[in-house]
Design a binder for this molecule. Structure first.
Ligand code: PAF
Length: 275
């Protein structure tokens, strides 16, 4: 596996490499990321991963400084997963001058994660477009755990006419149901034992929606949120939305997804479940 830091060297490396699949990450890789890499391996001639902790998508008081940087361990995992090229730019490589131009995802950035993390999706969309321009892949893969992020990147790719196929890959979970996330590493042993309750609450809400009916949706959402809060969580939202645009649904014939974000101690976890 080749490691490139500069955009020029990356482009030289990728010349004449056939169909390129790209998996952008912020590093501290777990099996969720490696599943993306292995899926990419089956779909393309060349697999490129990137590792870049993007300051632009972190708000004030968020975990940019303490976000785990584990390049050496990540390199070994990527090599074992069959990745051909790792692009790991420094901030100077990717933002050599003050960034004055941004991708503004107007509708999605004020909803759910966007509402709770102002500026987050503008930072994500901007860096993903920059990374797409550096790598120029034919395919790019993202995890469904970041459901709203995946929707946003699909919309950006469509609306800006980028010639890239976006592939969403199912969330990978620990045996107890907790969705894998680099932020799980922040949890204390007691919090780690409690953390699967988030996925469990989504499952319960899904079952109750089926049993009690769509008209009970608002009450069931509130109960789910209260249940988590009573166990010591601080729930930002747990809500049933349309898969198509993440707006509140009007009929139970629409494809739905339940999305949740909640804080356990100082760690904010997100998860979702398609209905
Ligand atoms: O999902 C992530 O790890 C990040 O948001 C991404 C897509 C790599 C952009 O920094």
């Amino acid at each position: 596996m080749q490691l490139q830091h500069s955009i020029t060297a990356l482009r030289q490396t990728l010349t004449g490499r056939g169909r390129v699949a790209f998996v952008p990450t912020m590093g501290n890789l777990h099996d969720g990321h490696l599943t993306l890499m292995r899926t990419a391996r089956q779909l393309a001639d060349t697999v490129v991963a990137s590792i870049f902790v993007n300051r632009l998508q972190f708000g004030p008081g968020e975990d940019f400084e303490r976000y785990p940087r584990t390049l050496e361990a990540d390199r070994e995992k990527l090599h074992a997963a069959g990745v051909d090229v790792l692009f790991a730019p420094t901030e100077k490589d990717l933002y050599p001058e003050t960034q004055d131009f941004f991708v503004e995802p107007s509708c999605l950035q004020n909803l759910l994660e966007g509402e709770h993390r102002p500026g987050h999706f503008r930072g994500v969309a901007t860096v993903v477009l920059k990374l797409f321009n550096c790598v120029q892949p034919q395919l790019a893969l993202f995890g469904k755990k970041d459901y709203q992020q995946l929707m946003l990147i699909r919309a950006m790719t469509r609306q800006l006419n980028l010639p890239i196929e976006i592939i969403g890959v199912d969330t990978v979970r620990a045996a107890d149901g907790l969705a894998l996330s680099s932020r799980n590493g922040y949890l204390s042993p007691t919090e780690r034992a409690e953390a699967p309750q988030l996925a469990q609450t989504l499952q319960t809400l899904k079952q109750r929606l089926r049993a009690e009916g769509f008209t009970q949706r608002a009450a069931l959402e509130q109960e789910a949120s209260a249940t988590l809060d009573a166990r010591g969580w601080q729930t930002d939202y747990i809500t049933v939305r349309r898969q198509s645009d993440l707006q509140p649904p009007e009929a139970d014939t629409e494809a739905l997804v339940i999305l949740a974000a909640a804080r356990l101690g100082s760690t904010r976890l997100i998860d979702n479940l398609e209905v």
